[in-house]
Design a protein around this ligand. Structure first.
Ligand SMILES: C[C@@H](O)[C@H](N)C(=O)O
Ligand SMILES: C[C@@H](O)[C@H](N)C(=O)O
Lengths: 166, 166
């Protein structure tokens, strides 16, 4: 069943922040966003994959996971300072900032499964050698982060792929 | 500015899959979802944080990142077989499956920044010692994965927090 792709959009002025090795226990994610909210930083997309392999570490062991989110480019310096100041409360190993990220989104309707749309979209970008840095979804939308310099090309590819006017 | 929370929902029959140490190069994500799409597996939420620290590994080094996604619980065994068969094409270190995951979502309108909603929502769950396994967002929605056994409690907490009828 061919999903209907209703639209494609690209937010080109995003900056990406990744915190590595956050402890996978209650309160850590809250500790990341509280100071950012307090500082009025505009956060757009958040993606955190699950800590895995905890069982291998032994019963009761706390796993670790990474967290990526985007902020408005003009908020990057402020967000970075915020997180550096809150480092002890949050508890992370690394803080990585990328100034030129673009968020590319595909909106589908009646997407019973994200798998079909994702594989077609990801395949098209892969053929153009465009790397997918992060992925975040909702029921009707798949958003990915790529490098800003690939944004226009990626939009053209997807518009062509889905037969939408670019 | 207090964001308006329009609704809270919980998908209780999700199963969660995490692939660890995927190579951060074009084509890998496509290789994950192509066989799943072919097998008709229903994929709901996808969350991938960005590979970080590549610079530390040296120019031209390929980073690694983890990827978490959910499938309908009845598709878990089939999805697992799919990914095991495609292991060489995808290239991952570990494949971790969790049968009882629940996806909790908060829908907001006029969420200029996700930071405010995220910090309040995450703080409330942290106080109840509910761990957030994964996070995925769209402009109007924040979805998190938690353990199924916390679903009812988490819903009650958020309904109370936002003054919505539980
Ligand atoms: C990593 C972070 O999301 C943690 N699991 C928490 O619940 O806050
Ligand atoms: C990890 C995976 O998303 C990879 N970066 C890709 O583009 O396919």
């Amino acid at each position: 069943e061919k999903e209907k792709i209703r639209g494609i959009s690209c937010a080109e002025k995003e900056a990406k922040i990744t915190l590595t090795r956050l402890q996978d226990k209650p309160g850590v994610a809250a500790a990341v966003f509280a100071p950012l909210a307090k500082a009025g930083v505009i956060v757009d997309m958040i993606a955190q994959s699950a800590a895995a392999g905890k069982a291998a570490a032994g019963a009761g062991a706390i796993g670790a996971t990474d967290l990526t989110f985007t902020v408005a480019r003009q908020d990057l310096a402020r967000a970075k300072r915020c997180l550096e100041e809150a480092r002890a409360q949050i508890g992370y190993e690394g803080l990585f900032c990328e100034e030129s990220a673009a968020k590319l989104s595909v909106v589908g309707i009646a997407m019973r499964s994200q798998a079909g749309v994702a594989s077609v979209m990801f395949r098209a970008l892969a053929e153009a050698k465009i790397n997918i840095h992060a992925i975040s979804t909702s029921e009707i939308k798949i958003s990915i982060l790529i490098e800003s310099r690939h944004a226009k090309k990626a939009l053209r590819i997807l518009h062509q792929l889905y037969g939408l006017d670019g």
